[in-house]
Design a protein around this ligand. Sequence first.
Ligand code: ZN
Length: 479
Amino acid sequence: MRRILATALVLGLLGLACAPESKTPAAGPNVVVIVLDTVRPDYLSAYGAAQPTSPYLAKFAAQGTRYDRAWSTSPWTLPAHASLFSGTLPPFHRASQSTEHIAADVPLLAERLRAAGYQTVALTNNNWISHATGLDRGFDSLRDDWNIRERRRAEGEKHPTVQALKEWFQRGRKADKPFFLFVNLIDAHMPYLPHWPGDARDFFGSTGQWEDAVNRLFPDTGMALLTRNYALGQPPEEADLERLRNLYRGAIHRADSITAALMAQVDANSDPANTIVFVLSDHGENLGEHGQLSHVFNLYEANLRIALLARGPGFTAGAQETRPVQITDVYPTILRALKLEPEPGCVGLDLHGELPAQRLLTASLERPVMSLGSFPEAVRQSAALARFDRTLECAILGNSKQILGSDGSCERYDLGADPGELHPLERLPGDAEQATSDAIARTRAAWVARAAAEIQGNATTDEKTRAGLKNLGYTADDK
Ligand SMILES: [Zn+2]
């Protein structure tokens, strides 16, 4: 009985009830959300990076607000987008490497906006945003341009997503409705393949150096590089890491130029004064920090910090916001701008409201079973890889950060004095030690309670859910 009551209490806190939808067609504003997959804010010139990676975003930032301390809830696409679309945390939306699907009872932004009278369209280059994962819910149409070869051939205006948007504005757009446009651009995701000269020239001395970098690092999609780094104990040498970083910079430049072409279409077909635009990343990327590459095996800042820029009604031109924000804030900000209420399960804050100076934020990395399974069979069972077979949770309060693993690992950092997270502390200062420990304990309890609710609610998924929970490193008896 005690457990049932405790579960009910946690579920109550999670807020499983849904808010009623408005049936009245909205008058606007239009809403645009562009995700630049895998883009680290500290590599954007729009955020002060020395290299000219993002000339368009620098202009865009001057037209709106730049959020300088923004975090994701996860270091990979599916759970990060699930948080973006729902304002909820991973234990609540349940999109993970073991389920690969968002929980069916979590309302999504496109659903809410469509119910409010919006025309909703998604143009995605990342197939985690698809019918298979449930993230297509609420979109009148979803176009998946997940085709790497095609993407590499097409530049600027000719990029298939830019062409698709142009066509939608010409033929698909219904002028009597406001619209919600979602775009995911995956150009900064591994393999980093910037075009020469347009996107790579600023970061390489010659065509030969650019070609050499591509041939050395990405003869394939990047799996050979990852296998050497993670399973064979052969990390890239510093010269190759610098080549990698420069290819990444060029890849960001490419995402920037495609964003410019997309926004030219948006601005030509809507009133900027009546269109809210978010440009953000879903997570970051490792470029050699902590000996890691790509973005799935840790909760360090290189992986979790995101770019977040917003323009349109209510956002001050040229403002730079330094108070902490999270990817979950986009959902309630858009709903409140439309005078709609987020559900109680939403943990995000309305960015148009007064933001707190201190905020307890959490992020999760469930056992990366799928990522580990993508390595070649011959190395999959290696001890080098096995150390990443764990669930991680982290909590951040001010500059204090704690990361706890299901393998018993515990790391604490002062992000102010040690932004690279190189010097673990014995204990966090003041209230931060207890506050971050409690937040992680609540996160773990929420994973358990949510899975338990699914077991009770649907007997047919019982075994699958229990298996998923076990995969996460938890059992129903865990705290
Ligand atoms: Zn992603």
